[in-house]
Design a protein around this ligand. Structure first.
Ligand code: PMP
Length: 355
């Protein structure tokens, strides 16, 4: 920190994103991207004609895209908010709805950005421990009297809770915002989106980064009551009116026209998830049942850090955290069948070497 930085950021620990190494070609199973490129329609949409307009600012309302997205999800444009990745959306939401008198609670093992935003905005926060086996007990959140953030399915565990449990949490915290981060919802869990018609304190966050193969385009979106959406708009227009760039908007429009392509990719991911889990079962790994595009798994013989390093040395990147409760676990993104076979072959060899 230089001597010019405001002391209010003393002690702020920034989020550390998963490695994006530029030095060599890894089998990249560490940041839950889709292994599949955007659809051919997306590649065609992000063209020279679109680039030619980059001298002009984009539509600050992203009206066309919001309209299309609202039609896809059966809501009104007023129920949709767009952000530069769901990370920006989360940042706006923490900023808009929480402060020193409006604390927030989230699980102790969840998306690592939640405590970072809380610290950045000086929001008191409670980390509620998951139960045995990384199970979230909805009772821990009912009538809590705080803003609540829950990733469903959770990351990095991959576990999901049912919509009925989420409804109980929303219903019993009517004076607080319940943010459900559905970054991984498209890989098999049930969305709580229909509940926004009934509960004006529910904020559902989704992203184009995973199922829709657009992590590099940076597009996240919220679905919620008109009130919460206009609050987010207010923060956006006080931060950056043009947070969705032209090329991303064009890519997103074409993405929404290619649902068949993405559904096929989803099936492949689900099949590869089952395949990888079964292969790891045979090797004695313990794997948490996942409804996402990643698995959370533990090797009986080799420690988490050691296995992570050994895989990296062999050109396979997975995600590992030094946090005590999960230091023996690895989060492995589900890639193509070929990538999973390379991963599994290396795991088998490493286990053999370990004896
Ligand atoms: N929420 C969760 C639970 C995530 O794992 C991620 C991806 N790292 C995000 C939000 C942010 O995704 P993006 O900003 O790419 O939309």
């Amino acid at each position: 920190m230089s001597r010019y930085m405001s002391p209010r950021f003393d002690g702020l620990e920034a989020y550390i994103p998963g490695e994006q190494p530029q030095d060599m070609q890894y089998v990249k199973l560490n940041t839950n991207e889709s292994p599949f490129p955007p659809s051919p329609a997306v590649l065609a949409a992000v063209n020279a004609a679109e680039a030619e307009q980059l001298n002009r600012y984009p539509d600050p309302e992203s009206g066309t895209l919001r309209k299309k997205l609202s039609a896809v999800y059966g809501v009104r444009s007023e129920n949709v908010f767009l952000a530069n990745g769901s990370d920006e959306l989360l940042s706006f939401a923490f900023f808009a709805f929480c402060d020193e008198n409006r604390p927030v609670a989230f699980p102790n093992i969840s998306y690592g950005f939640y405590p970072v935003y809380a610290n950045l905005y000086r929001i008191p926060y409670t980390e509620i421990p998951l139960r045995e086996g990384f199970v979230l007990d909805p009772a821990d959140y009912c009538g809590l009297g705080k803003n609540i953030v829950i990733a469903n399915p959770n990351a990095p565990t991959g576990r999901a809770i049912p919509v009925s449990a989420i409804e109980e949490i929303i219903r019993t915290n009517p004076d607080h915002v319940v943010l459900i981060d559905e970054a991984y919802i498209d890989f098999g869990a049930e969305s709580c989106l229909p509940l926004i018609q009934q509960y004006d304190n529910l904020l559902v966050c989704q992203t184009f980064s995973k199922f829709r193969s657009l992590a590099g385009g940076r597009l996240g979106f919220a679905l919620a009551s008109e009130g919460l959406i206009s609050d987010l708009e207010r923060i956006k227009y006080s931060t950056n009116s043009y947070n969705i760039n032209r090329l991303t908007a064009a890519a997103a429009m074409a993405t929404l026209d290619s649902s068949e392509y993405y559904m096929e990719n989803r099936q492949k991911i689900q099949a590869n998830r089952a395949y990888t889990t079964a292969a790891l079962d045979e090797l004695g790994f313990e794997t948490i049942p996942s409804l996402t595009n990643f698995i959370f798994t533990r090797c009986p013989k080799v420690e988490g850090e050691t296995l992570y390093q050994a895989l990296k040395a062999r050109g396979v990147l997975v995600r590992h955290w030094n946090k005590a409760e999960i230091s023996n676990w690895l989060r492995v993104t589900i890639g193509t069948r070929e990538q999973m076979d390379i991963f599994l072959d290396h795991v088998r060899e490493i286990l053999k070497e370990a004896g």
